[in-house]
Design a protein around this ligand. Sequence first.
Ligand SMILES: [Ca+2]
Length: 217
Amino acid sequence: MRSYRSSLAAAMRGLILGLAFLLVLFARARASEPPQAPRNVCVNGGFEEVKPYLGEDHPVGWFVFNGMDPEIGFAPTSLQAHSGKRAGRLATERDNLIGMNQDLPGVVAGTARFWYRAIHSAVQGENLAFFMIPMRGENGMAGRGEIDPWGPGSGRIRYTVPAEVVGDGKWHRAVMDFDFQDLGAGHCVFTPRVNDLCPHRGAGEMLFDDVEILAAE
Ligand SMILES: [Ca+2]
């Protein structure tokens, strides 16, 4: 009986040691896995997918606007692309605010990366900008409102096109880090705009393509 018990105990010890060994191997395998790439949450960031709207090709996933005017008045995509066949486009010959919003449900921190080409600006690029706007609530633009505790646009992260690249005919890379957790944001909106919150307004046109929004987990 005693020898049966001792052999059983030895078998159990062997089993436990074997399991521990497997656990160590598993932990090492997990530790050596490369870190996961950040999740790109931008929809149609290459502007390749379009749908017809008021006689123009409008990019799927983006809400194009012209101030309060229901008439858009410009083509929001261009065939002069950074990659693929199409790029996003904003263009005005006046000083009206125009833009293109992409809602980012549940996203409050991360990095936006994109390419742009500044075609022209009546005010040396001051009116050509890209914003990440902190928003209340978790979903959508619908009536929840921008978080701007210190005045209009004060919570936003902004990238303004530098004067020296306006009209240079080249594509340029831009990166914007954002973290709206301290503002209590529930989501945010990425939006290229002409004539929004700038010292001087006027005519302007720019293209943009290959937008990536890398959401922090
Ligand atoms: Ca494209």
